[in-house]
Design a protein around this ligand. Structure first.
Ligand code: C5P
Length: 315
């Protein structure tokens, strides 16, 4: 059930269960700039959310604590280290309230693939918990909590499925979404750790490397043609060296008609943006035959909204 209830006088209806889809992201452009004194790299990137999603359900519980269960067969490590649990801990600390919640995560997005799955789950946890408790934390507080959890988390909290980002990827300009396009996601099955990917770039560049400041005309980000002309990923040469077949797979996507065919994040997932579902599906059949795991998706016109599944009344 979703929607409104008609509470009796003196009673308020509060959500008992919230369900929220947590979409993957691809980076339509990703430039790694200077390594800052903090050890983090300055980035310039264009984030785009896609329909391949995990699903998060948060439910009020009677017992104190943060219950967490995950399904989907994606390797996620111990529950205490899971970003969803850490997001919930931070949420309740900011709220100054003892947690009494059960969280269930259905995983579809491959982990350590450059698709932002863990970050999106964490952002979804913050949004869903905020909805569960009647939106007590303002958006800028959620962004602050998200930024402490990971560099990609704020994007999933910025309110738009398309955003230009800089700093660690946490400074954001939400952009109007582009027209929805079919997307192919392909994963070779090799997990790549983000921190290692940044270390590889830093080592290859050396201390003397001078990175030109990247900047682009925001007007270029208002059409797929403009975005296609800017699409690049600085991690690609490094991922190509580690994972055989990536360059060939991007070439196959381009040959099938992809306007953009790139590595996502620090890899090793690839994505292609297509004008038609037929072209995407042709590329999908080819990459599957080459042994890659593939998903047919679309770019999103809006970030998913929390769904109230059940209401209960409070006096
Ligand atoms: O923020 P996140 O947890 O995704 O980052 C993982 C690691 O990647 C960081 O600890 C850091 O070593 C590296 N990183 C970086 N520059 C960034 C983002 C991440 O060097 N902008």
């Amino acid at each position: 059930m979703s929607g409104s209830a008609s509470p009796r006088r003196g009673w308020t209806a509060v959500p008992e269960t919230i369900t929220l889809d947590a979409p993957a992201k691809v980076n339509l452009r990703l430039c790694v700039l200077a390594r800052e004194a903090s050890g983090f790299h300055a980035l310039e990137t264009l984030f785009c959310a896609v329909s391949l999603s995990d699903r998060l359900e948060v439910r009020q519980a009677d017992e104190p604590g943060i219950g967490f269960a995950a399904e989907g067969g994606v390797e996620m490590g111990p529950p205490g280290a899971n970003l969803v649990v850490r997001a919930a801990e931070r949420f309740y600390a900011a709220l100054g309230r003892e947690p009494r919640v059960a969280i269930r995560l259905s995983k579809r997005i491959p982990a350590a693939a450059g698709l932002g799955g863990g970050s999106s789950d964490a952002a979804a946890a913050l949004r869903a918990l905020n909805a569960l408790h009647g939106e007590p934390l303002p958006p800028d507080e959620l962004l602050r909590l998200g930024g402490e959890l990971g560099s990609d988390v704020p994007f999933f909290l910025c309110g738009s499925p398309l955003a230009w980002a800089w700093g660690r990827g946490d400074r954001l300009l939400a952009l109007p979404p582009l027209p929805v396009r079919p997307v192919l996601i392909a994963h070779p099955g090799t997990a790549l750790a983000t921190a290692d990917a940044f270390r590889r770039i830093a080592r290859a560049r050396g201390a003397e490397h001078r990175v030109p400041a990247a900047c682009c005309e925001l007007a270029a980000l208002t059409s797929w043609d403009g975005v296609a002309a800017l699409a690049v990923n600085d991690f690609e040469p490094f991922a190509d060296e580690l994972v055989p077949g990536l360059a060939a797979a991007r070439a196959a996507m381009a040959a099938a008609g992809a306007a953009v065919a790139r590595l996502s994040g620090s890899g090793a997932a690839l994505f292609g943006i297509f004008a038609t579902a037929e072209r995407r599906d042709r590329a999908r059949a080819e990459l599957r035959a080459a042994g890659m795991q593939t998903w047919a998706a679309e770019t999103l016109a809006a970030l998913p909204a929390p769904q109230v599944d059940r209401l209960r009344t409070n006096s």
